[in-house]
Design a protein around this ligand. Sequence first.
Ligand code: DON
Length: 304
Amino acid sequence: MKELLDRLIEKNKPLTDKGQVASYIPALKKANPKDLGICILDIEGNLYCAGDYDRKFTMQSISKVMALILALMDNGERVFERVGMKPADYAFNSLYKLDLPHGDKPANPMINAGAIVTTSLIKGEGEEKFDRLLKLLREISSNQHIKYNEEVYLSEKATADKNRAIAYLLKNKGLLEGDVEEILNAYFKQCSIEVDCIDLARIGIFLASKGRPLGSDEKLVDEEIINTSLAIMTSCGMYDYSGEYLAQVGIPAKSGVAGGVLAVVPNRFGIGVYAPALDQYGNSLAGLELLKDLSKELKLSIFS
Ligand code: DON
């Protein structure tokens, strides 16, 4: 496995030149566009890593999976009264359709509008929403050291006019309850949680083993919630590239604009990938190509 990962890193490394590091959150510009790393953790606990797997990066939209899980734990299926389950054929940060006269709810919890709704549905006042999400994430990944990156958080908070517009529109439509700035702060903080590829692989194995952290028999989350979250990652995790991704790679996954990808092969593997140079959809360009090769070599597609 290690040789395979080394070979695929070497093959895909040149693709890092073809993407662009995100710049709309100024602090993300500091990433090295040439980085490419991967870790794969199997259900027995064997970990294989290659490339720049030990770089730290912020979860960004990968945290939307955790917000969905916690919102479902807190509210059950009522979450879907405020956010849909449909793939969207428009950008992750779009306001499109939110202001239609019949009042469309956000298409799914993986786009920004949907994730702001799921974060709002996490129980707790003030800092409590974020603290509960961080606590769950630490348990899921068996890493008590995970924390958020203050610089990235403040950088996003200072430049988030579009997310602010989305959130206030959601409030106006009756889809968001509570203090909008407080909800946005929780959302920006969850996006700024810092991880590496090993953490993502551990989160992946938790999802792959239907709610059990690695090496534990304790089910932290109901299997039904995990299955719903995996289904939504599968259909919506790569935004308007989700259909192509599913056909070409076929592994439930969620990307983040800092370049991380969390991928889950149910009952088998948790995978963490990092390559900050992005494609036009805001997904890790070399990261997805690496996953495509890995999926082909090991027949990992859920359809194979
Ligand atoms: O809300 C935002 O724009 C970011 N904090 C997260 C977006 C993101 O990660 C999109 N992903 N590829």
